[in-house]
Design a protein around this ligand. Sequence first.
Ligand SMILES: Nc1ncnc2c1ncn2[C@@H]1O[C@H](COP(=O)(O)OP(=O)(O)O)[C@@H](O)[C@H]1O
Ligand SMILES: [Mg+2]
Length: 351
Amino acid sequence: MKPVVALFFGGRGPEHDVSVVSARGIVEHLDRSRWELVLVGIDRRGAAWTGGEEMLEADVGTRGTRVRLPSDPQDRCLREAVGGEPCSPPLDVIFPVIHGWGGEDGKLQGLAAWAGIPCVGAGVLGSALAMDKDRARRLLAAEGLPVVRDAVFSGEQARDAEAIARAVEDLGWPLFVKPARSGSSVGISRVDGPEALAGAIAEAGRWDGKIVLEAAVNDPREIEIAVLGHREPEVSVAGEIEPHGAFYDYRAKYEDAESKLIIPAPLPGDVLRELRSYAVRAFVALELQGMARVDFLLERSTGKIVLNEVNTVPGFTPISMYPRLWRASGLDFSALLDRLLELATDGAHGH
Ligand SMILES: Nc1ncnc2c1ncn2[C@@H]1O[C@H](COP(=O)(O)OP(=O)(O)O)[C@@H](O)[C@H]1O
Ligand SMILES: [Mg+2]
């Protein structure tokens, strides 16, 4: 019997559409002679649906059957929301390809652990840590990794004009304002001077009650490295993004074919070695498992490196960096999916 893979996609977050494209990439490349596939689409309101591949061609929630997710280790099937009839075989492993809220932040990982179903990628703790730019940065800095200077404001603090003015004085212009837990550049602004600051803080605050102000890296090169494995993970070659536009924002990422990926990134050997060792140290410091993409900013004029962020559910579209970095490192998309699923199901970790 082939193990049953439940591919979760869509979700309540702003990266819903990207997730559907990632799911198509996985469906196209999953080796069906080894794995049985069950699709689980999460619509924008959080309801779960299952059905055939036509689900990937229309808005989630307009095709298929509305289901309840398993939460009982003795009953790992999807069940009809109305009536309760089983409408899938028992799920053997969850592949979460929901970026951001719900799928990348530990919530789905918690549900999977509760139901006794292994899940590809980081567990509850690692997912939640990596998702939070503030908490992740504290741990990365404690590990001795280079990170940008920042100031964090939660809830009421984001309305404390004096505290913000002090932070800005320390950070200098330009700076970046970000929701602490978001993704795909949603809610992020680069602010070049005082006029635009209040608007940027309000925009970040729409997405998260905690916001991060960061010193900007001047004219950065954007370098990304993929990590795969558990305690002694493998690292890929490096890739570089050439954004088309002021910074690598949502449009540049998903709508603008002018943003190019250069794989492998042209880097001196010692710099590449340094980045690869930082990527593994970050993976370990955040207690990650399975997969992660570690993103760096390199100041073009000085070569100074900062580790910008770690993504635990990277994009899986056919043009996404994570699968392309592995292909360039000798592991094609299907073999990569096999590895990730084997890592999740081999019982080597149990959170
Ligand atoms: N401190 C910074 N200095 C320079 N550019 C930055 C900085 N922070 C973010 N950026 C730019 O904004 C983009 C999105 O920021 P990032 O922190 O990666 O957010 P997300 O989690 O949404 O991907 C980056 O890819 C980069 O182009
Ligand atoms: Mg990013």
